[in-house]
Design a protein. Structure first.
Length: 124
């Protein structure tokens, strides 16, 4: 399914989809853990509600960007209702393509003097 598709066909991603892919880039997670990780990583600037999260995951499952795990990390310590997700190889390629697209936009913004290297290191 994903072999004949190019990652660029999926770009630009919605912010929710990109945040989900970022959350899954380093390990598998269940839905609520994805929401918490995005919330913490963005210092509460991005909050994924259940409708947005699971609607995006449903689309990403259908498109082959993520997959649901059959096994749970530790069934003894886990809630059986939780669904765990991980990136597919295709999803990883799409995440990389989107990160590169965004990096190119930042480069253009710098060339137009909209950003400086100093503005990224200063916290408000």
């Amino acid at each position: 399914m994903a072999k004949d598709r190019s990652p660029e066909q999926f770009l630009p991603l919605t912010p929710a989809m990109f945040h989900i892919l970022l959350s899954l880039a380093d390990r598998e997670r269940h839905g609520y853990e994805i929401m918490r990780e995005v919330d913490e990583r963005t210092e509460r600037k991005v909050r994924l509600g259940p409708g947005t999260l699971y609607g995006s995951i449903k689309r990403m499952l259908a498109d082959g960007l993520v997959e649901e795990l059959d096994e749970r990390p530790d069934p003894q310590l886990d809630d059986e209702r939780r669904r765990y997700y991980r990136l597919t190889d295709f999803g990883y390629r799409i995440a990389v393509a989107e990160a590169e697209r965004l990096a190119a936009l930042v480069k253009m913004a710098r060339s137009k003097k909209l950003l400086s290297s100093r503005s990224l290191s200063v916290k408000n």
